[in-house]
Write a protein that binds this ligand. Structure first.
Ligand code: ZN
Length: 504
């Protein structure tokens, strides 16, 4: 086989595996939306069969053979970002798949699946004790996984790299140091402010049928076409990219809180716009895949917050909302915006506002790091959690359910995942700032219902790039600077100083 034949084989192999993965995604989507109750056992067997097939294909020894042929050839030196990144990403994936011993991989899969079921029950009953042995085991297995994957500085780096290629503990530590004081300080100023938020504006009675219609109008306005996807209702909102021309979203409507459906939809639509913006000709190869969770989250947070909670957006969208909920006609734009952006420390991360959200993430990052540095024993997690909540947000969860048991991530063995949420916010602000500078005043474009220039800018600078650059390189190329928390801090300070009439 010539190197060029080997490359073509790798390419086809990668594409075919992606078709299988997308079948699994579709089956998973169905399982969370429309499957009849008695269909679950059969679905689990379908999923297991697909997972086995996908794993066999991803560890096929022929990959190694073809990769070495390609890596030692001229192909690996061509001036073509697509070819080069495909080769290096195939290598990265193959090494990851094969570095973890089979018994550890099996044990991790089993412990994660059991951990999630145990967590669901424990969460329901507020029962930390019953979940603890699972968590302890998952932490220990992840320590073994980090060792197997290898790292330069410390084990946590290996786990982080799974979700955010190239991110390191030391980079994140300095990022959170940069964020901590400004966020805590801003929160303090807001709490001392005399501005009163009328929270009943968004917490009232909102017909679900009208919410659905409103959400459809809003996501369509920003560029998400229902020819390329659909909106359904689930307990936990999510977005899933099935393939070119098919990326679906779900949301959760709450009759007593309009924000849950609206901002959930805008968030997930942001994820889907990214998937739909990947280059279809590169489908199934790294050049046509999303690059990291942090970049993915930057797209959802940008549309949800920087666009969806902005004055410009509601100058345009408030009249649409009034068509469905005429009571908004009696509310001034200022009061409306304040309700949309109300800041209030709470125990639950997924309900947190823009100012407190990253303090929730920082708490999890610090605890994870302490666990993987062996500075914190898993049994001390609930107390350490309470202590940090008090320190950063001034509140303390009354139950473990509102504290250490609230997120699903750890129960599924996902450590190193949380920081990608903050990276998403940080990237989003930096990207938005760069787009605003290039495209002119985005806010006045939004006020006219004009979102295309921003979407096109994101398509060119982020979506089309796929994995031909690392997350860091994408931010650098799009904004001219390496990732920094400064834009996010400035964005929050300016926005909330206006809203809460703070002296800057
Ligand atoms: Zn998200």
């Amino acid at each position: 086989m010539t190197p060029s034949e080997a490359y073509d084989w790798l390419r086809q192999h990668s594409v075919d595996t992606s078709y299988l993965i997308s079948c699994a995604e579709l089956a998973a989507w169905d399982q969370r939306t429309y499957i009849p109750p008695n269909g679950h056992p059969h679905r689990s067997r379908q999923m297991a069969a697909l997972a086995k097939l996908i794993h066999q294909r991803s560890t096929d020894p022929k990959i190694e053979e073809c990769l070495s042929s390609v890596e030692n050839s001229k192909l690996n030196k061509v001036d073509d970002a697509v070819i080069l990144s495909n080769i290096s990403m195939w290598r990265r994936e193959f090494d990851k798949q094969t570095k973890i011993p089979e018994n550890l991989a099996t044990e991790l899969a089993r412990a994660s699946s059991e951990g999630e079921s145990a967590w669901e029950k424990a969460m329901h009953k507020n029962d930390w004790e019953s979940f603890f042995p699972h968590l302890e085991n998952l932490i220990s297995l992840n320590k073994q996984k980090a060792e197997a994957l290898g790292f330069e500085q410390e084990p946590y780096d290996a786990l982080l790299d799974e979700y955010e290629m190239g991110a390191t503990t030391s980079f994140l530590e300095s990022l959170f140091v940069e964020l901590k004081q400004p966020l805590v300080g801003l929160l303090q100023q807001i709490e001392d402010s005399s501005v009163e938020v009328n929270s009943t504006i968004f917490n009232d009675d909102f017909s679900v049928i009208f919410q659905q219609q409103l959400c459809e109008k809003l996501v369509t306005a920003i560029g998400y076409s229902l020819e390329d996807g659909r909106i359904d209702e689930t307990v936990h909102p999510f977005s899933v990219g099935i393939g070119p021309g098919d990326s679906r979203i779900t949301t959760r409507y709450n009759e007593k809180n309009l924000g849950s459906g609206v901002f959930g939809c805008l968030h997930e639509a942001g994820h889907s716009l990214y998937e739909l913006g990947l280059v279809p000709e590169h489908y199934g190869t790294p050049a046509g895949m999303f690059v990291s969770l942090g970049i993915h989250e930057s797209q959802s947070r940008l549309w949800e917050n920087m666009v969806g909670r902005s004055r410009g957006f509601w100058m345009f969208a408030k009249t649409i909302a009034e068509e469905y909920f005429s009571k908004f006609k009696q509310v001034s734009l200022d009061d409306f915006l304040l309700a949309v952006n109300a800041v209030k420390p709470g125990c639950i991360r997924v309900e947190a506002d823009e100012v407190t959200y990253n303090l929730h993430v920082m708490l999890r990052f610090e605890l994870e790091l302490a666990l993987f540095r062996n500075e914190l024993s898993p049994s001390d997690l609930p107390d350490a959690w309470r202590q940090k909540m008090k320190e950063y947000l001034g509140i303390s969860p009354a139950t473990e359910r509102e504290g250490v048991l609230q997120d699903v991530h750890w129960s599924g063995g996902m450590f190193g995942y949380f920081p990608t949420y903050t990276l998403g916010n940080v990237y989003a602000a930096q990207l938005y700032h760069a787009a605003d500078k290039t495209l002119g005043d985005l806010s006045s474009q939004f006020a006219e219902g004009e979102f295309k220039p921003l979407l096109n800018w994101l398509r060119t600078n982020v979506h089309h790039i796929g994995q031909t650059r690392t997350p860091r390189e994408i931010i650098r190329a799009a904004t001219g600077e390496s990732p920094t928390a400064q834009y996010f801090i400035t964005y929050l300070q300016q926005k909330y100083s206006k809203l809460y009439k703070l002296s800057e």
